[in-house]
Ligand binder design. Structure first.
Ligand code: FAD
Length: 366
């Protein structure tokens, strides 16, 4: 490996983990981010009222990978946290994802586990083959639950009908016959004790790493001087949108502080599938465990335009991405990793895992 410098575009999970790995292996790293801060979409900060909030929407860490959890544990202590979500239907709140309690409360039943399984079997609309998100949900919970919890939420979130979205979107949400009301069931569920930004500061704190915020790759004059480039920003932008723009769904975050409210809602997130222009409200104190008098919340309004947040999983979009991927595969000195570079919905732990394995491959090339 030579000791020339690697340029990394983007200081989110993908870029920061690769920066650390290369730095520890003796490589010089120059990492830039066009935003005025590190941590990518996981960035958290104290708001004007001293409450720790996530600027780009709630980020809850969960993983089944001991390797990823141990890796991040080098840079943060943790606060155990299991996320819970309620869905509002006709003015009442119900556990979400749908479990036995949801059925019992919604339909005034007293089902046990076998009864809940029989209920789903009776109401489900079997679909074969399962292609769309509509197929997934109707096939598992039937039309009434689909219309109450999924249909309008999906329309709001994606601006598309569930029948227009690939199956994978809805397949991420389980249906349970037990009363487990946790949103995730992963082995490791915890929040960085002092927040994500602090964890990223520790990740990037290495003498071989030079970090610059508010620097756009487009403004870096001489790319050729770098031994390698790692792009964690949008792949279509890297190639000057030559095949057209990859579509993304965006969000507008409306943050609010309620000075006279100690607790706004009983769980971290409440979904509003059928009411309002926003999809959900998150109250940060649940996630962070912070003790203070007032409370801070965020409402998420899905938008067609704005910062790229969610790749839209449709066949034509994946075909467009494949064109860009073919260019990427032909590159010797550029590696593409992360949500925007791989045009894939990745959870944070998946990005860390992808970044660790990409680091190995990059080091073999250097
Ligand atoms: P990013 O964090 O987006 O980092 C990419 C960075 O590249 C950005 O900081 C960007 O500014 C920078 N960049 C882009 N272009 C350029 C350029 N030209 N020059 C310089 N810099 C550039 N995951 C979970 O595991 N749990 C959750 O609860 C969760 N909640 C989420 C909620 C929302 C609303 C969203 C949108 C995502 C959520 N995620 C969650 C996913 C999580 O945000 C991603 O897994 C993670 O941010 C991906 O890291 P990344 O490094 O690939 O991308």
């Amino acid at each position: 490996m030579n000791t020339q410098t690697t340029l990394i575009i983007g200081a989110g999970f993908a870029g920061s983990v690769i920066a650390r790995e290369l730095a520890e292996a003796g490589q010089q790293v120059h990492i830039i981010d066009k935003r005025p801060h590190i941590a990518g979409n996981a960035y958290d900060e104290l708001d004007a009222h001293g409450v720790l909030v996530h600027r780009y929407g709630p980020h809850i860490f969960h993983t089944n990978s001991e390797k990823v959890f141990k890796y991040l544990s080098r840079f943060t202590e943790w606060r155990p946290y299991e996320h819970r979500v309620l869905g509002v239907v006709d003015g009442k709140t119900y556990p979400f994802p749908i479990n036995r309690s949801t059925l019992n409360q919604l339909y005034a039943l007293d089902l046990d586990e076998a009864g809940a399984a029989a209920f789903f079997e009776k109401v489900r609309e079997p679909r074969e083959p399962i292609r769309s998100s509509e197929d997934v949900v109707l096939n598992s919970v039937g039309r009434d639950l689909y219309e109450k919890f999924f249909l309008n939420y999906t329309r709001k979130q994606w601006g598309l009908e569930p029948s227009q979205l690939k199956a994978g979107v809805a397949a991420r949400i389980p249906t349970r016959t037990n009363t487990d009301d946790r949103y995730f069931t992963d082995t490791f569920q915890a929040m960085p004790l002092h927040g994500y930004t602090r964890m990223f500061e520790n990740l990037l704190d290495h003498p071989n790493i030079r970090m610059e915020t508010s620097v756009d790759f487009a403004d870096v004059p001489d790319h050729d001087g770098y031994a390698h480039i790692v792009c964690t920003g949008p792949i279509d932008s890297f190639y000057g949108y030559r095949f057209g723009r990859l579509p993304y769904r965006s969000l507008r975050f409306e943050h609010a502080h309620l000075a006279d409210t100690k607790q706004f809602q009983s769980v971290g997130t409440v979904n509003y599938p059928n009411d309002h222009a926003y999809t959900r409200i998150t109250e940060f104190k649940h996630l962070t465990g912070q003790q203070c008098d007032g409370t801070s919340i965020v409402r998420e309004y899905p938008m067609a335009d704005g910062d790229p947040y969610y790749p839209i999983p449709r066949d034509e979009n994946e075909a467009l991405f494949k064109q860009y991927e073919a260019l990427a595969d032909a590159e010797k000195n550029v590696t593409f990793v992360g949500r925007l570079a791989q045009y894939r919905y990745y959870n944070m732990d998946q990005v860390v895992a992808a970044a660790l394995s990409a680091s190995q491959k990059i080091m073999e090339k250097l």
